[in-house]
Design a binder for this molecule. Structure first.
Ligand code: FS2
Ligand code: SF4
Length: 546
């Protein structure tokens, strides 16, 4: 195997024997084949689109398949095999259909011709179609940067799609990027342009998901989220999918089973539509990587709607359920919705009834819900605080958390910030500082949590509105600095989206991506001022005090 798509890539270069995430050599190979087959389907559907015959089923498949390959989403080899076969069948069916209507599909493209059937077929082709099959390191770097961005985009498109919101241009771009990744004639300039186009589509897909979430569940509002527990059996819901959240809350109502959010599901607490459920207690635990201890003490079943899954311990694996694109061998998977009917979570509810109530690990509350609409309602206060000098700088510290100890940097950075700074955050990175008592500035909390990683869109909207309010021409003239933590591919699309909005001088840590070659890094440094982090003292002086 070779995988270097996330921040925890072994030795900062790539996982070659087993993923640091727990992905086996075999699952990594199957994910590579799934991506390869998706490229073949993307070719066929692109040809189909020339005559308006492109298939929505194909777009949906591409989104699912890409999401499955995101870090910590799906470790279930048998499910991935099934998905590969489904993709080949879908591609062949589409080709037969469009060829009958006079459309030609490029037959010299290996991913279009690939006809593996068995697991051993898949495993034997994997080494020749994986990341390292692209020899030129700059071309490989740009293609992977684009593909990882598109994986993140697919995740957001999937959540929006689950709520009935689609953007055909985004689907078409995902397909275009998959096709482009097989083109051996693209040069560096053309690939840089495609990477920028990925960022533009990243903005669009985050806007789409924001619209889907807020039109369906209302605008997030300032909320105190309970961290303690009650004395009822309960289900912990993790991941990012709000439709799953809604259906779980509806189905647990009146059953005596409580619901708590975990990690990236915390922002569900901020949506008005979910507040009416008396059995929705609050949030349990911290960022994804602490789950081994926290799932043990939760005592009840855990539902993963997406990443981030850490391979479960034997002691609680029977309590782990997956749904959607997430999966783990040995865990029960809740099937997809059929014919517009909700998913059936009854098996988890029955399981919960037999479990003890969660063991309390924290008490108190945290405050969040500062998405764009809520912050704009406070705009006068914010603008006054900036004008009076009470707020000197905003620090965007969104992104992901991870298990490496060097991420303590973010806790220390947040603690050491001067009292006239406000942190704006989104994503699971927040757990490094959202429980610090950082106080407020004239009633404005010093940590403003907009929501999930996709809600980084809200942070961009707020920045654009502030630019307007202050009458500035350039978003980079605002008193906002960016110190972003990344881990998996959704952070890649967030980063590319910010670049496409013209944000410059983003600091990215705890380490720069292993998939950026020295030359590609140079392009990002020269054109966008992207840089790494150093130590807290130096970075505070450089970013805040300079
Ligand atoms: Fe955090 Fe994991 Fe949100 Fe990422 S829980 S690193 O999926 O997308 O962030
Ligand atoms: Fe390694 Fe990250 Fe790939 Fe997992 S996703 S195999 S940790 S690079």
């Amino acid at each position: 195997m070779f995988c270097y798509q996330c921040q925890e890539a072994a030795k900062g270069t790539g996982c070659t024997i087993k993923g640091v995430c727990g992905k086996t050599d075999e699952v990594a190979a199957l994910q590579d084949v799934l991506l390869f087959v998706s490229k073949g389907l993307a070719h066929a559907n692109t040809a189909a689109a020339t005559k308006g015959l492109d298939s929505d089923k194909a777009y949906k498949y591409l989104i699912d398949a890409l999401f499955i390959t995101i870090t910590n989403a799906n470790f279930d080899g048998a499910k991935i095999e099934e998905k590969i076969r489904e993709g080949i069948a879908l591609r062949d069916e589409l080709i037969a259909n469009i060829e009958a209507k006079g459309v030609t599909v490029p037959t010299d493209e290996p991913s279009v011709k690939y006809a593996g059937k068995t697991k051993s077929d898949f495993l034997s082709i994997a080494p020749s179609i994986g990341v390292l099959s692209i020899e030129n390191e700059d071309i490989r770097s740009l293609k992977e940067l684009m593909i990882y961005g598109v994986k993140g985009m697919a995740a957001y498109a999937e959540h929006a799609m689950n709520l009935g919101y689609e953007n055909k241009e985004v689907c078409a771009f995902i397909q275009k990027a998959l096709v482009a990744s097989t083109d051996n004639n693209l040069n560096v300039d053309e690939l840089v342009a495609l990477v920028l186009e990925t960022g533009k589509n990243g903005v669009d897909v985050m806007a789409l998901l924001d619209k889907a979430n807020t039109e369906t569940y209302g605008n997030p509002e300032i909320t105190s989220v309970n961290l303690g527990v009650r004395n009822n059996p309960a289900i912990l819901i993790s991941g990012h999918d709000m439709k799953d959240m809604e259906e779980l809350l509806k189905q647990t109502e009146g059953t005596g089973v409580d619901v708590y959010t975990h990690s990236e599901m915390l922002p569900a607490n901020y949506y008005p539509a979910f507040k009416k459920y008396a059995h929705f207690v609050g949030n349990y635990g911290n960022a994804w990587w602490k789950q081994k201890e926290e799932f043990e003490s939760f005592n009840g079943p855990v539902l993963f709607t997406t990443n981030c899954i850490v391979p479960p311990k034997e002691s609680y694996i029977d309590r782990i359920y997956t749904t959607g694109t997430s999966g783990f061998e040995g865990c029960t998977h809740i099937p997809d919705r059929k014919n517009g009917q909700p998913k059936d979570f009854s098996i988890i509810i029955e399981h919960a009834k037999k479990c003890a109530a969660p063991t309390e690990i924290e008490t108190g509350e945290i405050v969040g819900g500062f998405a764009h609409k809520q912050v704009m309602q406070l705009a006068d206060k914010v603008v006054d605080a900036v004008k009076s000098g009470a707020i000197k700088k905003f620090v965007v510290m969104g992104g992901c958390d991870g298990r490496m100890s060097d991420r303590n940097y973010y806790t220390d950075f947040a603690s050491e910030l001067p009292n006239d700074t406000v942190i704006m955050t989104a994503g699971c990175a927040k757990y490094r500082y959202n429980k610090l008592q950082l106080g407020d500035i004239g009633g404005i909390p010093r940590v403003l949590d907009a929501g999930q990683c996709n809600d980084s869109y809200s942070l961009a909207v707020i920045a654009l509105k502030l630019k307007e309010v202050f009458g500035l021409d350039d978003i980079n003239d605002l008193p906002i600095v960016y110190n972003i933590a990344w881990y998996e591919q959704k952070a890649v699309i967030v980063l590319l989206a910010l670049l496409s909005l013209g944000v410059k001088n983003i600091n990215l840590g705890p380490t720069l991506p292993a998939f950026l070659s020295p030359n590609v890094t140079k392009v990002l440094v020269e054109n966008f001022g992207i840089g790494g982090i150093t130590d807290v003292k130096t970075d505070i002086e450089r970013l805040i005090l300079a």
